[in-house]
Design a protein around this ligand. Structure first.
Ligand code: TXA
Ligand code: MG
Length: 325
């Protein structure tokens, strides 16, 4: 059984003591729900990989209460400090070289000499890290390869009885995962588009190298972010993207005025607002998958979404969800 906890101080204290005892607790962040373990406890970290069915070569993000706490475990540089000042707490993850003294379990970083760090903005995440008094290692709280959760119900649908507890933290505000930026090389490198747009990163630090879009991977860097190799975010029903016509047995993920002919529609954003569409993306995929299967539909068709601002992250998730099916 998985306990459903609330936002009371008593429940946060209970969640922190579960983590201290090496148990797994899912909790809300502003991006998606995370599946948390005490980052310094290797058997707890191992249990994350077990519960998710996640390959051990795919490293986890460590969540800290403050930038200062994060930078005691990695070697920061002026760009990292500038980004931390501008975007933390918030949906940005930085990959930096581990310090030799870093006490985070090696398994959390999949044995790499870098560590991904993030200071989340969500009050539940903040309170939980503070109550534990140590960083929390947390991937998204879904089974490996499946759709990320943006509500406690999504978490329970995939991980019920595999984890000790989930804290009902409400729906996630951003809705897509954090932007992952590798700062361990000479030029900042975008490993995953996410909740902080590429445009705002460029406005803050200038040049950002790109390249890791599905099907266009750069070998050495792909090996440095192994999670990006696999197809991901996949609903059970097959997904077609950038559609302009529908077949009769498809459900529609609409963006703006819906295509004609769909029996089952989930609207990402009537007004074509990319922030709203990002917030609703995973809920839409979860919902169409469930309802579509109940109606014996054969697939999900997604309308095109523009590739700027949060549209870059939305397209990345849709392309991965459609890949290799
Ligand atoms: O918004 C988010 O980032 C959520 C919330 C819970 O914080 N977490 C999340 O974790 O999306 P996950 O495990 O689903 O995705 C983390 C990504 C993976 O693609 C992983 O390969 C990459 O970050 N990553 C982690 N550590 C890395 C490292 N040291 N070097 C390169 N990539 C790394
Ligand atoms: Mg994930």
């Amino acid at each position: 059984m998985t306990d459903l906890l609330n936002r009371t101080d008593r429940d946060i204290t209970r969640a922190a003591s579960l983590l201290r005892a090496g148990e797994l607790v899912a909790f809300g962040t502003e991006t998606v729900y995370g599946l948390g373990a005490d980052a310094q406890n290797s058997s707890a970290v191992a249990a994350i990989f077990e519960a998710k069915g996640r390959p051990h070569f795919n490293p986890l993000i460590c969540h800290y209460a403050t930038p200062d706490a994060a930078f005691t475990h990695v070697q920061a540089n002026p760009i990292a400090e500038k980004l931390a000042d501008t975007f933390w707490p918030g949906p940005l993850t930085l990959v930096l070289p581990r310090r030799v003294t870093c006490p985070v379990a090696l398994l959390a970083g999949a044995g790499l000499d870098t560590l991904a760090i993030r200071v989340p903005a969500h009050p539940i995440a903040q309170r939980l890290i503070a109550a534990l008094g140590r960083p929390i290692a947390a991937p998204s709280a879904n089974r490996s390869g499946r759709i990320s959760p943006t509500t406690a119900a999504h978490v329970l649908a995939q991980l019920e009885s595999r984890i000790a507890a989930v804290i009902d933290s409400g729906p996630c505000r951003v809705g897509v995962e954090s932007t992952v930026l590798d700062l361990s090389g000479p030029t900042p490198f975008l490993l995953r588009p996410g909740g902080v747009s590429l445009e705002s990163l460029q406005a803050s630090i200038g040049e950002v190298r790109l390249g890791l879009t599905p099907g266009q991977a750069e070998a050495p860097r792909t090996l440095r972010s192994p999670g990006l190799l696999v197809s991901h975010y996949a609903p059970v029903l097959p997904l077609r993207i950038n559609v302009t016509t529908l077949t009769p047995d498809e459900a529609l993920l609409a963006f703006g005025p819906p295509l004609a002919g769909a029996g089952l529609i989930y609207q990402l954003s009537e007004t074509e607002n990319l922030n709203e569409a990002a917030t609703r993306l995973f809920d839409g995929l979860h919902w169409l998958d469930e309802q579509g299967a109940a109606l014996s539909l054969r697939g999900i068709a997604a309308m095109a979404v523009p590739r700027h601002a949060l549209g870059l992250a939305i397209n990345d998730r849709l392309e991965r969800a459609a890949a290799g099916r």
